[in-house]
Design a protein around this ligand. Structure first.
Ligand SMILES: Cc1ncc(COP(=O)(O)O)c(C=O)c1O
Length: 342
């Protein structure tokens, strides 16, 4: 069975596991896990920020970031298709009393022009705008990359207005490898960034929140409040250190394979977006007849797992455990199975 549902399905490689097992560990709630401390310093340096905080999941990184930037009753401007709005179980409302203000971006990309009039002036009627959050790469839009010029413009505006500027960078390394723009060049414009290790980078779990010393100091308390304090978690941090050293450049292979899948779907008339939007490791397939669930089942029966986005849309994600042989087999399965749907 080939699994293209997500880049989270990978298992640690033998070398990563060997590196994890030898990690020196301690109680991280006391701040005494050497491997966690090494990882946090390494990531802070990589992003040219003052501090970083290891987290159990990307969702917790995002939610702790929102909480740290705001107070209950405040408002967060985001894109309609972003992960924070769609896939975090309503956490911003449930855990932090926040109101999200979703705006339709093109392929997940908001422009300054779209949002610059949405910041609320101080008035006793209004929620207070406190945070603007972007997602790079953008999952639900199909792995699209945020143009750095737009980030720059929005960043300038958020600074002028004293809004927190957060990046859901679960897959920021994919954007960085695809564009050649370094993590620190992206990070320059943001007050906080979350980065996941358990997606394209291939660790079993873990994410990290990056920001200034004072931001991370406050985030540390919020992480504890959200139940995210972990103990001898250096084994996972070691996996993340290994991934940063060994699994970043290879993301280009995932991007290359994703393009080949997209080309196949394009030939079959089933690519959701134009080719130019397949920019990293996510490919969106369309089911114009609203029968995406039947297609998912048929592909599963043929040996290919993919994930349902909605009745008209299916997602395929390439990753560390998806080889050239798997690519060849997947293309054959897609061509054969899709004959029944055309
Ligand atoms: C863009 C984005 N942000 C955040 C997350 C959340 O990560 P986790 O599943 O570790 O909570 C995901 C997970 O798929 C994601 O795609």
């Amino acid at each position: 069975m080939i699994d293209l549902r997500s880049d989270t399905v990978t298992k640690p490689t033998k070398d990563m596991l060997a590196y994890m097992v030898q990690a020196e560990v301690g109680d991280d709630v006391y701040g005494e896990d050497p491997s966690v401390n090494i990882l946090q310093n390494k990531v802070a340096q990589l992003f040219n920020k003052e501090a970083a905080l290891f987290m159990p999941s990307g969702t917790m990184s995002n939610q702790v970031a929102l909480r740290t930037h705001s107070e209950p009753g405040d408002e967060v401007i985001c894109d309609t298709n972003c992960h924070i709005f769609n896939y975090e179980s309503g956490a911003a409302a449930a855990l932090s009393g926040l109101q999200l203000f979703p705006v339709n971006g093109e392929k997940g990309i908001l422009t300054l022009e779209q949002i610059e009039d949405l910041g609320r002036p101080f008035d006793h009627h209004f929620p207070q705008t406190k945070v603007v959050t972007l997602e790079n790469t953008h999952n639900r839009a199909g792995g699209t990359i945020y143009p750095i010029n737009e980030i720059k413009k929005i960043g300038k505006w958020t600074r002028q207005n004293d809004y927190g500027f957060h990046l859901d960078g679960a897959r920021l390394m994919n954007a960085s490898v695809a564009t050649g723009i370094s993590p620190k060049d992206y990070a320059e414009y943001f007050d906080s960034i979350s980065l996941c290790f358990s997606k394209g980078l291939g660790t079993p779990a873990g994410s990290i929140l990056i920001g200034s010393q004072s931001f991370i100091h406050r985030a540390h308390r919020n992480r504890k409040m959200f139940g995210g304090g972990m103990r001898q978690v250096g084994f996972l941090a070691a996996g993340a250190i290994y991934a940063l050293d060994n699994h970043v450049k290879r993301l280009a292979e995932d991007h290359h394979r994703a393009k080949q899948l997209a080309e196949t779907l394009d030939e079959l008339g089933m690519l959701e977006n134009e080719m130019k939007w397949t920019q990293t490791n996510i490919v969106m397939m369309k089911a114009p007849n609203g029968n995406a669930d039947d297609i998912v089942v048929a592909l599963f029966e043929a040996g290919l797992k993919v994930s349902l986005v909605n009745n008209h849309k299916i997602r395929l994600v390439t990753h560390l455990d998806f080889s050239d042989d798997d690519l060849e087999r997947s293309i054959k399965i897609l061509k054969k199975t899709m004959k029944d749907f055309n």
